[in-house]
Every structure is written in structure tokens, then in C-alpha cells.
Design a protein around this ligand. Structure first.
Ligand SMILES: NC(=O)c1ccc[n+]([C@@H]2O[C@H](COP(=O)([O-])OP(=O)(O)OC[C@H]3O[C@@H](n4cnc5c(N)ncnc54)[C@H](O)[C@@H]3O)[C@@H](O)[C@H]2O)c1
Ligand SMILES: O=C(O)CC[C@@H](O)C(=O)O
Length: 388
């Protein structure tokens, strides 16, 4: 029986995939797997039994990936599963930035009892007027699942779109409209854009990437949309850029004590992925990835371990080893198995950066003592017996 702990509310559409081999547990200490959305796991201790963490969403900056890799915990996310939900909110943000819709709605509410409101409004509405997006230039930084959808949608709304992504995947590049101009340098995008939208992950490399030096290249009166993560932007520099009129409006999906007090800023309550469809898609994908790993040892959409698919085990037994990506690891593993007279039916060894994953089907049963011996190989983080 696998025990699963949910750190956030996970849609039942995903949880209903769990079969009789699973139970939900309220306890973090005896769980084999965590299902999580945005809860931070940076301060969380991980028990030795924890095999995987499935993030029902895209960003994994709430998970200590390096510590997970050291402990042989596979972290999954759900690429693209909430991209449409975020795209639709970005479009709403774009339009909210053009006219003072929020101020206008508040004005109407405040004047609800004015019998002459229909007349008064014609005098007052100029206070809430603005511009159109048609013909304006949108700069999209990060052209992955969300950025590509935003870029394509903006071209359909008659915007000029310029995109920047030095690490774009082939899949994302194929999905991009040919109308999207390709910027090889971020400076080109910053100089041309009337609106800039951020769709890149928060990592050590991208933290506070939007700072004074980039604000100084932007046009006076730029609108900045941030539906990715707050700390991609240096908020002290942002405040200055707003005061200097470089940033006309900042639209963000991430409330924090600083942005709540900035002028010309609209803050949304982290709603990008909060649609029924996105929550269902993310939960289902996360649960299925977790089940495939727990039951069969196959890895799909992990952010810290390589993909690996050996199908379902038809041999006598199956073991999985999570280890460092160092020389002679396979030699040492096969030596232990050979010594026990165990014959290998099939073996896959894939690596990702500093770590590697070896999945082995065996023609003999595997004993706990063999597992212990494999675990004692220097550089092995975890050994799982998937089928005895
Ligand atoms: N507001 C929300 O609720 C919400 C929902 C989903 C995702 N997000 C955020 O949006 C981010 C993007 O999500 P996604 O699904 O599009 O992810 P994704 O992995 O599909 O795309 C990210 C893209 O950013 C690019 N990139 C990485 N570093 C870059 C850099 N320095 N400059 C330019 N591009 C760079 C990558 O090459 C990739 O194409 C997530 O990491 C998450 O933080 C927010
Ligand atoms: O879980 C959520 O509601 C938000 C998820 C979002 O920030 C993501 O990175 O996918």
C-alpha cells in the first residue's frame, strides 16, 4: 500500500485515479509520496520512505531540488497542464492595464445611489480612459508552454509580438506563430516593447533578472506583466522605475508586502492556475506520473531525474537505483548482482546532470541483503525494489 500526503488541496479529478494500492495520509512522516501545489518544502525534513514529490503545476521553486536529488527523491511537475489558464489571465491583465477598469468599476460602485449617474458618468469617464492593444508591441520573455500561448494569442489580437528565450525547446518553437519576431538579445525586446510579459522559471540564474539595468533599456511608459514569480523582479528597482515613469503599470499575480504598496500596480491573488480545467489537468497529470513511478519505476516529467520508460515488468523482479552520475556505477551494480547469481533481463541507465537513474529487470528474485549491498555502493542515494 502506498501512502500519499497532499500538502495543498488537489483536485478530486486527479485523486480519483488512485487505485486500491493507495491511501491518503494526514501524516508527512510515513508518506511514500507528496502531492503539492505552491506549499514551500524548503524547511521540510524528508523521511527515508519518501520516494517522490509530484508538483501539480509548473514552477518548482518551492521544492529543494538539490536536497531531493541527494536523497533519491524524484520530483515531478506537470508541463503545460495549466498553461491555458495562465494565458487567459495574462490576456485579462493586458486588458486591465489599458484602461483603468478597476478604478472605473470602483467609481460606479461609489456612485451607486446617484440618480443622475447616467449623466454624471459622461463627465467622469475620461478619468478611466486609456489605450488599445491593437498595433502595440508585446515582448514575451520565456517562450515555453505559457509564453508561446500568450505570444500566439497576442498576434491574433493584432499585436506585434517579439519573443526572447535562449533555451527554447523544439516543441515550443514549433508551436509558435510565424508572426512572432525572434529576439536573440533581450535588449532588442526591451527597446521595442510597449508591454512586457514574463514567462520564465524562477531559478538562481533568473532571480531579480529584471533589474535597474534592464529597466533603463525599456521605453518610457512600458507595462510590465508578471505572472511567473515575484522575485524575478528586483522590487526596489521596480519602485524606482515606476516613480520615473519607465513602468507605467505593473500587473502581478504575486502579492507581497512590497508590491501591495507600490503605485500604478495591480495585484492579483495568484490566480493564474486557478481554473477548474487547470486544476483538474495538473492534478491528473501529477497523480499519474506519481503512480507510474511508484508502481513501475518509470519516470516522466521529472525536473531532477532523467526520463526512463521500461514499460511494465514482465521479468521476475525489478529494481531501481537512484545514484550520482559517476564512472563505473553500472560496473559496480552488475558486479553485486553477478555475485548473487542474478541474471539481468533488461537494463536502462539514463543521466541528467549530476544524477542518474538505473532501472533493471531481473530473471531471479531479489533479496533484502542484495538491496542492502547495492545501497552501500558509494554514490547510490536510494535503491527501490519495485517487484520482488
Ligand atoms: N501565475 C501562476 O499561477 C502560474 C502558473 C503556472 C506557471 N507559473 C510560472 O510560470 C513559469 C513558466 O511556466 P511554463 O509552464 O511556461 O514553463 P515552461 O518550462 O514551459 O517555460 C519556461 C520557458 O522559460 C525559458 N527560459 C528559461 N530561462 C530563461 C531566461 N533566462 N530567459 C528567457 N527565457 C528563459 C525556458 O527556455 C522555457 O522555454 C513557471 O516556472 C512558473 O513560475 C505561474
Ligand atoms: O498551484 C497553483 O495554484 C499555482 C501554480 C503555479 O504557480 C505554477 O507554477 O504552476
Amino acid at each position: 500500500m502506498f501512502k500519499v500526503h497532499c500538502l495543498n488541496s488537489i483536485s478530486n479529478f486527479g485523486l480519483k485515479e488512485l487505485n486500491t494500492r493507495y491511501s491518503l495520509t494526514d501524516s508527512l512522516v510515513d508518506a511514500d509520496a507528496f502531492l503539492v501545489r505552491s506549499a514551500s518544502l524548503h524547511e521540510q525534513e524528508f523521511n527515508p520512505q519518501l520516494q517522490c514529490i509530484a508538483r501539480a503545476g509548473a514552477g518548482v521553486n518551492n521544492i529543494p531540488l538539490e536536497r531531493c536529488s541527494e536523497k533519491g527523491i524524484v520530483v515531478f511537475n506537470t508541463p503545460g497542464a495549466n498553461a491555458n489558464g495562465v494565458k487567459e489571465l495574462v490576456l485579462a491583465g493586458l486588458l486591465l492595464s489599458c484602461r483603468d477598469l478597476v478604478g472605473g468599476i470602483e467609481w460606479c460602485k461609489k456612485n451607486a445611489n446617484d440618480e443622475a449617474i447616467a449623466k454624471t458618468v459622461e463627465k467622469e469617464k475620461k478619468n478611466f480612459s486609456g489605450i488599445e492593444i491593437q498595433g502595440k508591441t508585446l515582448g514575451v520573455i520565456g517562450l515555453g508552454a505559457i509564453g508561446a500561448k500568450v505570444a500566439n494569442a497576442a498576434t491574433s489580437l493584432a499585436m506585434k509580438v517579439i519573443g526572447y528565450d535562449p533555451y527554447i525547446s523544439i516543441h515550443a518553437a514549433w508551436s509558435l506563430s510565424s508572426k512572432v519576431e525572434h529576439a536573440t538579445e533581450i535588449q532588442t525586446l526591451l527597446e521595442k516593447a510597449d508591454f512586457i510579459t514574463l514567462h520564465l522559471p524562477l531559478t538562481n540564474d533568473t532571480k531579480e533578472m529584471i533589474n535597474e539595468s534592464l529597466f533603463n533599456i525599456m521605453k518610457h511608459g512600458t507595462v510590465l506583466l508578471n505572472f511567473s514569480r515575484d522575485t524575478l523582479v528586483n522590487e526596489i528597482d521596480l519602485k524606482n522605475a515606476i516613480e520615473q515613469g519607465i513602468i507605467k503599470k505593473y500587473i502581478t499575480d504575486f502579492p507581497n508586502p512590497t508590491v501591495m504598496h507600490l503605485d500604478n500596480t495591480l495585484v492579483l491573488p495568484h490566480l493564474g492556475a486557478s481554473t477548474e480545467e487547470a486544476e483538474d489537468n495538473c492534478a491528473q497529470m501529477a497523480v499519474l506520473e506519481m503512480m507510474e513511478y511508484l508502481e513501475h519505476g518509470n519516470i516522466k516529467n521529472s525536473v531532477n531525474y532523467p526520463n526512463c520508460d521500461m514499460g511494465h515488468c514482465e521479468a521476475t523482479s525489478r529494481i531501481a537505483l537512484l545514484h550520482q552520475n559517476i564512472p563505473n556505477m553500472i560496473g559496480q551494480i552488475t558486479q553485486v548482482l553477478a555475485k548473487e547469481g542474478i541474471n539481468i533481463a533488461n537494463l536502462i541507465n539514463n543521466s541528467k546532470g549530476q544524477v542518474a537513474y538505473t532501472l533493471i529487470d531481473l530473471e531471479n528474485k531479489i533479496k533484502d541483503t542484495t538491496k542492502n549491498e547495492l545501497e552501500s555502493i558509494q554514490g547510490v542515494s536510494k535503491v527501490r525494489i519495485i517487484k520482488m
